[in-house]
Write a protein that binds this ligand. Sequence first.
Ligand code: C2E
Ligand code: CA
Ligand code: CA
Ligand code: CA
Length: 279
Amino acid sequence: AKQAGRNGLRFFDSKMQDAISARASLEADLRVALINSEFQLHYQIQVNSLGAALGAEVLIRWMHPQRGMVSPAQFIPLAEESGLILPVGEWVLKTACHQLKVWQDNALTRELTLAVNVSSKQFRQAEFVELVKKTLQSSGANPSLLKLELTESLLLENIDEIIAKMNELKLMGIHFSIDDFGTGYSSLQYIKRLPLDQLKIDQSFVRDIMDDNNDAAIVQTIIAMSDALGLNVIAEGVETREQRAFLDSHGCHTFQGYLFSKPIPLEQFEILLATKHAA
Ligand code: C2E
Ligand code: CA
Ligand code: CA
Ligand code: CA
């Protein structure tokens, strides 16, 4: 038994060692990726009840020369821990604002909004407001078409500072959405004080909305809460017509999910928009 235990321990050690070096190598690659421009943005359409395009959420993709496409679920947490999220986030914001400006100058796309994910660490950086201001100015993008998606984790510390920052950005015309709403621990007391525009119902509640009474009840509560607070509400992860019909009949009229489109590269997204206009 003792022997087996020792072997077990050694096995565990080497596994941990592997995980640590895999992480270190991914982090090193992430630094190279910034220099070599290996990132891309994919666009996922957001639609209303009629299926018309309201805008898109931008989701980052890492095209690694050897590993292939690395999912943000894999590298965003690492980027946050290493601080690399700051330059990565800056690139995302810059690229998104540039695209907003291009759409803004075209009659068919002039009202499309772009939602950009902002990690808590990024929002907390001292220069964040200045960075957004600068990026909007140099791109010429209309601030009121830019929506920043924040998560409830941002609200755990220094809430007054966060609110002050949000208000500054709000004054410029920027919109705010709380991403993955309902999965965090934010109290209504906080939510009520934030200059928000939208709550985004997390896909984990949408997934089983048709089979799980608890999820259905949570979704209905979030919709009612949005109404009471005068906020817009959007559901993410909508994959079936049934889910859309449920949400629509319960008062959520803005959707995002595979039912409409996966996140896709810009060229494909613009083709998707064109087919919508033709229809
Ligand atoms: P998120 O912001 O909650 O994004 C939604 C995720 O759900 C995306 O995964 C999207 O591809 C996926 N999704 C969309 N519709 C459906 C659907 O109908 N069904 C299912 N099963 N999934 C759907 P993705 O692109 O892998 O991104 C994962 C997470 O990585 C994002 O979650 C976000 O937290 C983070 N992320 C992505 N891009 C950025 C970025 O530019 N900056 C930051 N800070 N985080 C990002
Ligand atoms: Ca998001
Ligand atoms: Ca989300
Ligand atoms: Ca999520």
